[in-house]
Write a protein that binds this ligand. Structure first.
Ligand SMILES: NC(=O)c1ccc[n+]([C@@H]2O[C@H](COP(=O)([O-])OP(=O)(O)OC[C@H]3O[C@@H](n4cnc5c(N)ncnc54)[C@H](O)[C@@H]3O)[C@@H](O)[C@H]2O)c1
Length: 437
């Protein structure tokens, strides 16, 4: 099949490369000339394990191309994916659909022959109707079907997720479009990934409901962690104890500094807005948003408390800045409100992240960026572990103790064990576990 992927970001680039790897002929389109030029030089605009090799192999095989010009690839395509951003709209938190609508207008102008236009971006219920309306208004002659096909990949494991999805959701009533979708995903279908065909609005809601549910699970265990701290229980054992129940499941039960990233925060807010507008408010989701917002800044108070309450003149070393490991994505990372709050309280902040520092510098300019964990810890009064990159899982604590002003670790990901840390001579604070037990 011939595929045009509109938007070559985290989702578009990964999906485009994977579809090419399935054997389809894919052209990835992006308005950002710098991004396309970089990819053509073999430089990936994002950090995603395995992506550079996948892109290079498929470009070499002649199945994957990149351009800033939408017209030709759309005219030639059997399937056009919209994978542009849907950030939170400034001021009111609704999903900003201006990029989706603009893409729909550009696609409409270029359509030729039967084409399936597929929204892969995460969009509120009813957006498919609007995309279809835009296209039909601009091109009443077009032979087109508009489908919803939300994406569930996770940054950091995106290729694996795309190629081995738990399910593929296809929202359409059109038989012809369904056939094209089956053909596109045939290799996965053969791997027995279930394809769930639903109405378009249902597919749109599935994506938001999935993200809101996962955000709720994280927030639930974070609140249980708060309670565990107060009553002397261990949240990790609670999580294991409930997660072994198949009805609950063990994933997304890791207590931490609050969820962040490019999806959960904006998608839960957008879903809550849709629900309010439809007079079916989602109070659980609204509470999750509020609890999570409060939690991020509360993490700075946790650091302050560990340092006796006063951060003025103190130096805090932060390890890990991206919203999770194995990505360079800083969008809504918990490190941002944490660091800003530490600075508000008078602390000097040093930081190190294996791949996220270039992105971090744009949002956190007043931080001393360091070359590794040990340089970061120099003369620090406290070391805060914020993102659990692999290289932070086996730190040399003798080395850290030698360079730090005092041996204090605040582990917001529960990477280490309180008893081990006590043995290493560290004052150690973690999430939802008894101190130094
Ligand atoms: N990042 C994730 O992990 C993830 C996972 C699932 C779903 N999603 C959803 O997928 C969508 C894309 O997310 P992302 O993280 O890939 O965004 P992104 O910001 O990384 O990429 C979007 C790209 O679209 C380009 N673009 C915008 N308008 C364009 C146009 N008219 N023509 C061509 N290019 C255009 C931008 O230049 C940008 O490169 C969002 O709706 C997001 O919610 C993201």
């Amino acid at each position: 099949m011939r595929v045009a992927m509109i938007g070559t970001g985290y989702v578009g680039l990964v999906s485009g490369a994977c579809f090419a790897d399935f054997g389809h002929e894919v052209t990835c389109v992006d308005k950002d000339k710098g991004k396309i030029a970089a990819i053509e030089r073999g430089e990936m605009p994002i950090y995603e394990p395995g992506l550079d090799d996948l892109v290079a192999a498929n470009v070499r095989a002649g199945r994957l191309a990149f351009t800033t010009e939408l017209k030709g690839p759309v005219a030639d395509a059997d399937a056009v994916f919209i994978a542009v951003g849907t950030p939170s709209r400034r001021g009111d938190g609704y999903a900003d659909l201006s990029y989706v609508h603009a893409a729909a207008r550009e696609i409409a102008a270029a359509l030729s022959g039967f084409t399936v236009v597929i929204t892969k971006s995460t969009v509120p219920v009813g957006t498919g109707d609007e995309v279809e309306r835009i296209i039909r208004e601009a091109r009443p002659d077009a032979d087109v079907a508009v489908v919803s096909n939300p994406e569930f990949l996770r940054e950091g494991a995106a290729i694996q997720d795309f190629k081995h999805p738990d399910r593929i959701v296809v929202g359409t009533d059109s038989e012809r479009a369904g056939e094209v979708m089956n053909e596109l995903y045939r290799p996965l279908y053969l791997n027995q990934a279930p394809i769930l065909v639903t109405g378009r609005r249902t597919a749109e809601l599935i994506k938001y409901a999935a993200n809101a549910f996962l955000a709720t699970k994280i927030t639930f265990i974070n609140e249980i962690a708060e309670l565990a701290e107060k009553v002397g229980a261990d949240v990790q054992q609670v999580a294991r104890g409930i997660g072994l129940d198949n009805r609950i499941g063990s994933k997304f039960l890791h207590a931490g500094p609050g969820f962040g990233g490019s999806c959960f925060p904006k998608d839960s807010v957008a879903l809550a807005k849709t629900a309010q507008d439809n007079e079916a408010p989602l109070r659980i989701v609204e509470t999750v948003i509020a609890v999570n917002d409060a939690r991020k800044r509360a993490m700075a108070r946790k650091v302050a408390a560990a340092l006796g309450g006063d951060l003025r003149g103190r130096t805090v070393a932060v390890l890990g800045l991206t919203f999770k490991p194995n990505t360079d994505d800083m969008r809504e990372a918990p490190s941002i409100p944490l660091i800003v709050a530490l600075q508000d309280m008078g602390a000097k902040v040093r930081a190190y992240d294996p791949v996220g520092m270039a992105q971090a510098k744009a949002v956190l300019p007043d931080v001393t960026y360091c070359d590794d964990a040990y340089a970061c810890a120099e003369k620090a009064d406290a070391l805060v572990l914020v993102t659990e990159w692999e290289e932070f899982r086996a730190l040399d604590f003798d080395r850290l103790k030698a360079v730090m002003a005092r041996p204090l670790v605040i582990d917001l990901r529960n990477v280490y064990r309180p008893d081990d840390m006590a043995r290493q001579g560290f004052d150690y604070v973690s999430i939802g576990r008894p101190k130094n037990s």
